[in-house]
Every structure is written in structure tokens, then in C-alpha cells.
Ligand binder design. Structure first.
Ligand SMILES: *[C@@H]1O[C@H](CO)[C@@H](O)[C@H](O)[C@H]1NC(C)=O
Ligand SMILES: *[C@@H]1O[C@H](CO)[C@@H](O)[C@H](O)[C@H]1NC(C)=O
Ligand SMILES: *[C@@H]1O[C@H](CO)[C@@H](O)[C@H](O)[C@H]1NC(C)=O
Ligand SMILES: *[C@@H]1O[C@H](CO)[C@@H](O)[C@H](O)[C@H]1NC(C)=O
Ligand SMILES: *[C@@H]1O[C@H](CO)[C@@H](O)[C@H](O)[C@H]1NC(C)=O
Ligand SMILES: *[C@@H]1O[C@H](CO)[C@@H](O)[C@H](O)[C@H]1NC(C)=O
Ligand SMILES: *[C@@H]1O[C@H](CO)[C@@H](O)[C@H](O)[C@H]1NC(C)=O
Ligand SMILES: *[C@@H]1O[C@H](CO)[C@@H](O)[C@H](O)[C@H]1NC(C)=O
Length: 405
């Protein structure tokens, strides 16, 4: 029964396949670029998920002692888009030459994040479970000196990790780095549908190029859960409860130094749920806001942007994307400070069970309408049992259960 569930889950739903897949950003500028299954006494490859770990093991993925070559720096041109590679396996990237398993890129789909997992027609049409990822920057050249609250998320891709080639927009006003070198990191937390409280962090050397501004970043603050959250019985966004401006990454579900304390079933996401708009985070600078009221669930005053042209990042998601429980928080402020607190909108199913959400996404997108309700019911049952079982296993067993290959 369980096996049948597993097979059904994995083969039936590409979104599940994806969220189950472990992934990392890949680039020679990263810490741990050449770490393999054998480097540590446990699997500490860059793609291995991080949870319940002591600080030294999750911070920079425990890879600070595996630095990149000094000349390998990821360049971030201010005001431009950059393309990163995100994959379940180094062999699935253009850096396959230094991968243990060689080249495993998908010849039929260069954008495949997890080749080896079954590809299907759903791969290109079902985007039900992406929860976004972010790039953070610390204006410190020496990664060893970077502390958790030094990081500020400067770019979000809410459709992460769907594409191997994932683009990130660099804010136009990013100032230059000290000694022309900053420290960056990739952060991702996936949907709870796959049954694990998994965090991902990979550090890399970076620098801002083509800067046109010298205004520094504001002190980054802990993000607050303020977007619509139908899955947790919160139908509408609460804009007064948001953190505005420079925000820290989520440090969640580790044994030490968390800044987020959400439960297993309500992970923090790099989406509007925590006021992380899609794209460049344009309001993270010291002079971005004229005023920021203290956020709270009952706060009615909204922050006022100060810099002309520094509009809140657009909350646009490509038309093919229909996040099921991802809210859309309306931008609170615009331009010179005229406040546009229009009614919050939500795009989300209020279906209780996460499994049912996946199943219904699958059935809506992939089947003729006559088959939908029965497929829905079947998958809902299968996924529910999978998720239940997954939670009773120890982390090692659990990740085996959901492993893509
Ligand atoms: C990673 O491995 C490749 C191939 O062995 C090597 O050329 C490169 O210098 C290594 N990079 C680092 C940072 O160790
Ligand atoms: C960056 O990509 C976005 C699409 O996500 C596009 O709208 C924008 O024009 C691009 N920006 C630049 C500078 O190319
Ligand atoms: C980086 O910082 C650490 C800790 O302060 C220090 O030990 C190390 O020497 C520094 N490295 C460089 C290249 O300055
Ligand atoms: C996210 O990445 C995808 C794939 O590269 C890209 O099409 C999209 O424009 C990116 N979104 C943003 C906001 O940059
Ligand atoms: C950065 O600026 C230089 C000239 O200052 C220009 O040649 C180069 O194309 C710019 N790079 C990007 C990515 O815009
Ligand atoms: C406000 O944000 C806090 C901190 O993230 C969160 O615990 C709380 O649920 C939020 N309340 C509302 C009503 O948005
Ligand atoms: C917000 O208002 C509600 C209803 O008036 C009240 O019960 C709650 O204590 C208030 N919360 C805060 C944080 O002030
Ligand atoms: C803000 O800009 C709008 C449109 O440009 C203008 O009509 C309005 O007077 C400005 N408000 C202030 C306070 O400058």
C-alpha cells in the first residue's frame, strides 16, 4: 500500500517530484563546490537539506573550510538580471566536469533541475508547489566574519526551484562591496507537502558591479508572516504586520540560532507571505523609507517610501504560475509616499489538507474534467498516507522515502 502510494505520488505528480528533490545553487564561487558524499562523515553535499543541526553544520552548509578560489566571484551587475544554475546534482549543471557522477544533464530539457526523475508532460505545465527562494548579501569580504544578521535578501525568485536556469534581478541601487568583495548566499525552503522541515543554504563569493549608488543597505530585520495564509485559516493579508525594507533570510528548524519559530506544517516562504515580493528587493537601502511604523497585527499605519523611483518590487508572477496557497500582498506604499492600501487579494485554495492541495492541483491540470474528481480523491488518500508515514520516520529514512533518485 505504502509502496503503491510512493509510486503513485512520484510518478503522478511532477510538482511533488520537484519539491521532494534536494537542490542547491551551483557555481565555482560557492563554498563546498567540490564537496562530495565522501568528504564528510555524513552526506554534506551542497544539495543535502539542513535541519535540526548545530550552527557550525548548517551555517554556510558547514562549508566555510571549503572555500572557492579567490578569483571565482559571482558578479552581480546593479540593475540587471543574473542567471544562476540550480540543480539536484552537480552533474546536471554546466559544472558536471568536476562531478563524481559525470554529466547527467537532461538532453531533452536543459532546464531540468532534477534529471533522472521521471519527466512528464506535467513538468512544463504544473507549477503548483514552488515556494520561492532568495539570494542574500552581506557587505563583508571575509565570509568567516559574516554573522546571521549581516545578511539581507536582495533578490527573490518566487518560482524557484522550477528551472535549472533561474534568473534573479539585482536591485539598481546596490552599492559597491568593500574591497570589491561581498559574501552572498542562496536560501530556499520548500513546501511542507514533501514531509520534511528542510532548509537550504549555500554561500558564495560575490561582488556588485556597475554600481551607481553609494547608499548602504539598511539594518536587516526578521521577516514577519503578514500575507494571506488560507491554509492556516488566514484569508487576507495584514499589511500592517509586515516587515518592510531590508529583511534577513529565514533561519528555521535548526538546533541553534533560529530566527523563525514556525511549526512543521507552516514553514516560512520567500513569497508575499513574508513580504518578499518577486524580483529585485528595491527598498532595502538606508534611505528607502521616510518612516516605518512598528509592525503588528493591529497596525493600520503603513510605511512611507522616501526615494523617488524606489517603488516596491512588482508582485508579478508569470502567467503560467498558479501558486495554490501563496498569497499576493498588495504593495503598501508607492513612489513619493502616496499610500495605496487597496484590498488585499489572495490566490489560494482553502482546502485543508496539504495533500489534497497537491492532488487537486494535479487533477485540475493534467486530466480531462470527467476524470478529475476520482483522481483527486485517489491521490488525496495516497498523498495523505505518504505524508503521515513520512513524518513517523527518522530524517534519514524519510529523505530516502522521498528521494528523487
Ligand atoms: C574543484 O575541482 C575541480 C576539478 O578537480 C578543480 O579544477 C577545481 O580547482 C576545484 N575547485 C575548488 C574550489 O577546489
Ligand atoms: C529582468 O527580468 C524580468 C523578467 O523577470 C524583466 O521584466 C526585466 O525587464 C529584466 N530586466 C532587465 C534589466 O533585463
Ligand atoms: C577572516 O576572518 C577570520 C576570523 O576573524 C580570520 O581568522 C581570518 O584571518 C580572516 N581572513 C582574512 C583573509 O583576512
Ligand atoms: C525566475 O526565474 C525564471 C527562470 O529563469 C525566470 O523566467 C523569471 O523571470 C525569474 N523571475 C524573476 C522575478 O526574476
Ligand atoms: C558595466 O559597465 C561597463 C562600463 O562602465 C560596461 O562596459 C558593462 O557592459 C556594464 N556591465 C553590465 C553587465 O551592465
Ligand atoms: C503577524 O506576524 C507575526 C510574526 O511573524 C505572526 O506570528 C503573526 O501570526 C502575524 N499575525 C497576523 C495577523 O498577520
Ligand atoms: C489586536 O486587536 C485584538 C482585537 O482588538 C486584540 O485582541 C489583540 O490583543 C491586539 N493585538 C495586539 C498585538 O495588540
Ligand atoms: C506624489 O506624486 C503624485 C504623482 O506624481 C503627485 O500627484 C502628488 O502630489 C505627490 N505627492 C507628494 C506628497 O509629493
Amino acid at each position: 500500500m505504502i509502496l503503491l502510494s510512493l509510486i503513485l505520488c512520484i510518478f503522478a505528480s511532477s510538482s511533488l517530484r520537484l519539491v521532494a528533490g534536494h537542490a542547491s545553487i551551483w557555481h565555482p564561487s560557492m563554498y563546498g563546490f567540490n564537496v562530495t558524499m565522501q568528504t564528510f562523515s555524513y552526506d554534506n553535499r551542497p544539495v543535502a537539506p539542513l535541519m535540526n543541526m548545530p550552527f557550525s553544520q548548517w551555517w554556510f552548509h558547514g562549508h566555510l573550510a571549503y572555500p572557492p578560489h579567490p578569483e571565482d566571484v559571482f558578479e552581480l551587475p546593479a540593475g540587471k538580471n543574473v542567471t544562476t544554475e540550480i540543480a539536484c546534482n552537480k552533474g546536471a549543471t554546466t559544472y558536471f566536469a568536476s562531478s563524481e557522477g559525470g554529466n547527467v544533464q537532461d538532453p531533452n530539457n536543459p532546464n531540468n533541475v532534477c534529471p533522472g526523475s521521471p519527466t512528464s508532460e506535467y513538468h512544463t505545465t504544473g507549477l503548483s508547489d514552488v515556494k520561492g527562494c532568495g539570494l542574500a548579501i552581506a557587505y563583508k569580504s571575509n565570509a568567516t566574519e559574516v554573522q546571521p544578521d549581516d545578511f539581507t535578501i536582495f533578490s527573490i525568485n518566487q518560482t524557484c526551484v522550477w528551472d535549472r536556469y533561474t534568473n534573479f534581478a539585482v536591485p539598481e541601487r546596490m552599492p559597491p562591496c568593500p574591497n570589491n568583495m561581498c559574501t552572498c548566499a542562496f536560501f530556499w525552503i520548500h513546501s511542507p507537502d514533501s514531509g520534511g522541515e528542510q532548509n537550504y543554504m549555500n554561500g558564495f563569493q560575490c561582488r556588485i558591479t556597475n554600481s551607481t549608488s553609494n547608499v548602504g543597505l539598511a539594518t536587516s530585520k526578521v521577516p514577519r508572516r503578514c500575507g494571506a495564509d488560507p491554509a492556516n485559516k488566514k484569508p487576507a493579508a495584514v499589511p500592517g504586520n509586515c516587515t518592510y525594507g531590508a529583511k534577513q533570510p529565514f533561519y528555521w528548524f535548526q538546533a541553534e540560532q533560529n530566527n523563525m519559530f514556525e511549526g512543521t506544517y507552516s514553514p516560512p516562504f520567500y513569497t508575499d507571505l513574508y513580504n518578499f515580493k518577486d524580483g529585485a528587493q528595491t527598498d532595502i537601502f538606508q534611505d528607502s523609507y521616510a518612516s516605518i511604523p512598528v509592525p503588528g497585527p493591529n497596525q493600520t499605519a503603513l510605511p512611507v517610501l522616501a526615494v523617488p523611483g524606489a517603488t516596491t518590487p512588482a508582485a508579478t508572477v508569470s502567467a503560467s504560475v498558479t501558486p495554490l496557497a501563496t498569497p499576493t500582498t498588495t504593495p503598501a506604499v508607492v513612489g513619493n509616499g502616496s499610500t495605496t492600501a487597496s484590498a488585499p487579494t489572495t490566490t489560494g485554495s482553502s482546502t485543508k489538507s496539504m495533500c489534497k492541495r497537491s492532488a487537486s492541483a494535479f487533477s485540475r491540470r493534467s486530466l480531462p474534467s470527467t476524470d478529475r474528481s476520482s483522481a483527486h480523491a485517489l491521490l488525496a488518500r495516497k498523498l495523505y498516507s505518504m505524508t503521515r508515514r513520512s513524518r513517523t520516520l527518522n530524517p534519514e529514512k524519510r529523505s530516502e522515502l522521498w528521494r528523487p533518485f
